[in-house]
Design a binder for this molecule. Structure first.
Ligand SMILES: [Zn+2]
Length: 263
């Protein structure tokens, strides 16, 4: 049973020890994260399925599911030596998902003790009151968008068989090229991509998101779209109400927090 679904950003600046003064510029995003944390806790999940653009470190033409029994996250790479997170992995359901997908597209089991920051940042914000909830860490693929929807549908089937309360968290940032001082450079089409995704999401036009012009996606530079597509595949048949909680881009990268209120 799916009890919660959300799409969240993973800027390292959101890590208090890293962002420091800059946290103020992400006030709306942080408030949205707090609202989500509340909803997630209230949904009483047995398990959180976490999809991150940076979980598949090879960025290969295959999906990944991490099978390491203990999953840890820290932010040493960003200079935060203090914050440490650890969760148990639901390796059983992760394995079931992998088995059910093998006939459709390449999928690999991985064994990374250390989670990527695209997983770590959402866990830091969302799991404060759920330290004993298990997680499954999934990475997307360099494969067509339609495969990501299909992957989501297959995940949902396994969730339905599992008799567990499952929350879905899709991690990802939108365009990386919104300002002249964006780290990835500026694209005049960056706004177009972010506004298109937000509009289609909130109008529930899932098929149109799958068919977004790939040239536009490439030009605008993002990492979140395929995480989002897997999530949309998972919740496709459910009755849900998308709600934009925040959208900010103070550093030239689009940070969207979206809650898909599952009814
Ligand atoms: Zn990213």
């Amino acid at each position: 049973m799916i009890t919660f679904a959300s799409f969240v950003p993973h800027s390292p600046i959101l890590i208090p020890e890293v962002g420091k003064e800059n946290l103020k510029k992400l006030k709306d995003t942080i408030q949205a994260y707090k609202n989500l944390e509340h909803d997630l806790y209230a949904s009483k999940p047995d398990l959180v399925i976490l999809i991150s653009p940076h979980a598949n470190s090879q960025e290969g033409e295959f999906f990944t599911i991490n099978q390491q029994p203990k999953l840890r996250a820290d932010f040493k790479d960003f200079g935060d030596l203090v914050t440490k997170l650890e969760f148990d992995n639901d390796i059983g359901l992760g394995y079931q998902i992998k088995e059910s997908c093998e006939d459709y597209f390449p999928i690999m089991l991985t064994s990374n003790k250390q989670l990527d920051y695209g997983s770590g940042v959402p866990l830091l914000y969302l799991m404060e009151h759920l330290p004993n909830t298990k997680i499954i860490s999934i990475g997307y693929a360099d494969l067509p968008y339609g495969d990501h929807i299909k992957f989501g549908e297959l995940i949902r089937k396994q969730i339905n068989l599992a008799d567990k309360r499952v929350a879905i968290v899709a991690s990802g940032d939108l365009s990386h090229k919104l300002h002249k001082d964006s780290p990835a450079g500026y694209s005049p089409r960056a706004q177009e991509l972010d506004q298109t995704i937000i509009k289609l999401l909130n109008n529930n036009q899932v098929d149109d998101i799958v068919n977004i012009d790939r040239k536009l996606v490439k030009e605008a530079g993002e990492c979140g779209l395929r995480s989002l597509l897997i999530l949309l595949g998972i919740i496709k048949e459910l009755n849900y109400q998308p709600e934009k909680l925040s959208y900010q881009a103070p550093f030239g990268i689009g940070y969207l927090v979206e809650n898909f209120k599952v009814k």
